[in-house]
Design a protein around this ligand. Structure first.
Ligand code: PRX
Length: 636
């Protein structure tokens, strides 16, 4: 039996049982046999969910880039580490070998050092999907600096909030980015953000679109000349297993985004382990995850997990619809991709288009298909299975979160039989529990409840940057001694899990995790808006879309409604980014509230979803009449 590489269902059960019975031996063996440590740990695990405090491989010393790059140089130096596929198919793809990646990362790391970046400093990375993004992430890790990647679709306000929260010293960005037929002025967004960011000392700018940008003397510099002049060797900074590797922000149901902190040792072990098993990666395979490195999926399964296994990982700059809806399949064909990992929203969007876009490409290289980010509906699952996988590639429906660092519940392809819409079984080391409304664990099968995890796994986020109390409140206070995921789930007759969706005020739109509170805050700043409430409703491509109920102030009452809708969405774009725009905006005279003044979102969710059958008892509301009015004027 191999702990590290599971190939059959029987083996999975054996390994799983061991991981639960003897978690420390299990993870200790995996860590010892498959990674390079400069010093071994004193303890595999120490944990206390009440504090909460979780430490894996305490006392161990390592550098994750040595594991992701250096140790492959002898045997895989000339193997391609990263295939970079540009936005336009007319531009040539880049094949970056492990040797070249080493050189690029070392040079970049030396540039960071020359700009005064040291171990523990925070560096904000705001880049499109160009090689510099992966390289800068690894360069930070090389010198022990903490990277905070901000998805380059976020607005200047969202960017400055994140820079200030982590007190970043540097921003790494580009002059602009290509996205399909559009270009985006990234440097302009950074300049705007930095008006409010006193901690930033320097800005490095990669050249991508060759646009005219403003360079602020003493702060901004073009990256390339610095790289050209840098030394191609940089000894890795040896860090503690529990030193922070990165901060990555995720939306919460309230207030500002949460900077989830991941540490080096456990994160490396778990992402590498799950990558190997979930994609059944073999030495000459080409693996492609279509996510952006700005999200956790990109961190764990474009950069760290694949590279720690010496894999070839594809990085795609563009979008699935450019130059046409066949782009994904053209890339699969061109690079002979073996494992393909994407989001249900992309599948649904592509499924709406002519099948010729798929059938004209040779997809015979594919062996495993993955799905992540939201529940995959049955129709999308079948379309993916029939047309992309030609019914011969298992689909791994992978459930996990920014906070979990790695995939938690997922089939192991060619081992776990799959069922559409089921994430199936927990991976080794993962101990799920379903909880009822009285905070008691629901045992047995054919049950549903709130999904918790009972025992730590190596890549669990250790804290929220600068706010450990919030970490405790959000994840460890709802249920005693459990990590609460915020998701609902059911367990079927054989113990398979199906994720049913968020049970809090987070809505997953096109696979993006959006808290409704920050969107409401953005809208409420509009001078004509008195109050607002945002809810999600089912959408056939995005999974969920956002519906806003808005009460206007007197000043807004006489204004043109369409213009107001545009302005409200503009306001959201400026504060958060276009991903958070509302599909529907209804102006209302009031919002259904409890007697204590709390908005009854449950009722609004039902109205927005056209599910009026069971609104529950509305007579206890402070203002029951408003419900009829809201229903009558609902936008279809
Ligand atoms: O609700 C779950 C949903 O996405 C949430 C986590 O979002 P985020 O932190 O942005 O990470 C997304 C990528 C890992 C979860 O709480 N989710 C993610 N994957 C699935 C899913 N829901 C159902 N099925 C999945 N496979």
């Amino acid at each position: 039996m191999s702990n590290y590489h599971i190939k059959h269902l029987e083996e999975y059960f054996q390994v799983y049982r061991k991981s639960v019975r003897e978690p420390e031996n299990f993870w200790g063996e995996v860590a010892e046999e498959h990674f390079l440590w400069r010093k071994k740990w004193d303890n595999v695990l120490q944990w206390d969910f009440t504090k909460p405090e979780i430490k894996w491989f305490e006392g161990a010393k390592l550098n994750i880039t040595e594991n992701c790059i250096d140790r492959h140089l002898r045997t895989r130096g000339d193997k391609t580490a990263i295939i970079w596929e540009p936005n336009s198919p007319e531009e040539e793809a880049l094949h970056i070998t492990y040797k070249e990646l080493h050189e690029r990362v070392c040079k970049f790391a030396n540039v960071l050092k020359s700009k005064g970046i040291e171990k523990g400093d925070r560096v904000c990375i705001y880049l499109p999907m160009i090689p510099e993004l992966a390289v800068s992430v690894l360069a930070c890790a090389r010198i022990g600096a903490i990277h905070s990647v901000v998805f380059a679709g976020f607005s200047s306000t969202a960017l400055s909030t994140r820079i200030n929260d982590a007190d970043c010293k540097m921003v790494i960005t580009a002059d602009g980015s290509f996205r399909g037929s559009k270009t985006i002025d990234l440097k302009g967004i950074v300049d705007e953000a930095l008006e409010d960011c006193p901690s930033i000392e320097s800005v490095l700018v990669a050249k991508r679109i060759a646009s005219d940008i403003s360079i602020k003397e003493g702060r901004d510099e073009w990256l390339q000349p610095l790289l050209d002049a840098a030394d191609a060797n940089c000894e890795p900074e040896i860090v503690d297993a529990e030193d922070p590797l990165f901060i990555l922000y995720t939306s919460g149901s309230t207030g500002k985004p949460k900077g989830m902190v991941h540490t080096s040792g456990g994160y490396m072990v778990y992402t590498a382990y799950t990558f190997k098993n979930i994609f059944q990666y073999k030495e000459d395979d080409v693996y492609w995850c279509t996510a952006d490195i700005g999200w956790i999926t990109g961190h764990s399964y474009i950069v760290y997990g694949p590279l720690a296994n010496g894999a070839t990982t594809v990085m795609f700059e563009g979008v699935p619809s450019y130059p046409d809806f066949g782009r994904f399949w053209e890339i699969v064909d061109k690079h002979k991709v073996n494992q393909f990992y994407t989001a249900p929203t992309a599948i649904r969007a592509l499924a709406k288009n002519n099948l010729d876009f798929v059938t004209k490409h040779d997809l015979s290289s594919l062996k495993v298909l993955g799905s992540v980010g939201e529940p995959i509906n049955e129709e999308a699952w079948h379309w993916y299975n029939d047309n992309v996988g030609k019914s011969r590639c298992p689909i791994v429906d992978t459930w996990w979160q920014t906070e979990t660092g790695g995939i938690m519940i997922s089939p192991i392809p060619y081992a776990t039989p799959t069922i559409p819409t089921y994430a199936t079984l927990p991976l080794p080391g993962i101990q799920p529990a379903l909880m009822d409304e009285n905070a008691k664990e629901i045992k047995g099968n054919l049950v549903d409840g709130r999904l918790c995890i009972k025992f730590p796994w190596p890549s669990i986020a250790r804290t929220i940057w600068g706010n450990h109390e919030r970490y405790k409140d959000t994840y460890f206070s709802a249920y005693e001694n459990m990590y609460f995921t915020g998701d609902g789930a059911l367990r079927d007759a054989v113990g398979y899990y199906r994720i049913t969706g968020r049970v809090d005020d987070v809505v997953i739109v096109s696979g993006h995790n959006l808290g409704t509170a920050p969107i409401e805050d953005a809208i409420n700043e509009h001078p004509a808006v008195a109050e607002s409430a945002i809810v999600g409703y089912p959408h056939d491509v995005k999974g969920n879309a956002l519906y806003g109920f808005v009460i206007l102030k007197e000043v807004g009452e006489t204004r043109d409604r369409e213009n107001l809708r545009k302005e409200i969405n503009q306001q959201i774009t400026e504060h958060i980014g276009p991903i958070a725009k509302l599909d529907k905006i209804q102006f209302v005279s009031g919002l259904p509230k409890t007697r204590s003044g709390k908005i009854m979102r449950r009722i609004l969710r039902k109205i927005a979803s056209n599910d009026l059958s069971n609104l529950g008892d509305t007579s206890t509301l402070l203002n029951p009449d408003v419900v009829d009015e809201v229903i009558k004027e609902k936008i279809d």
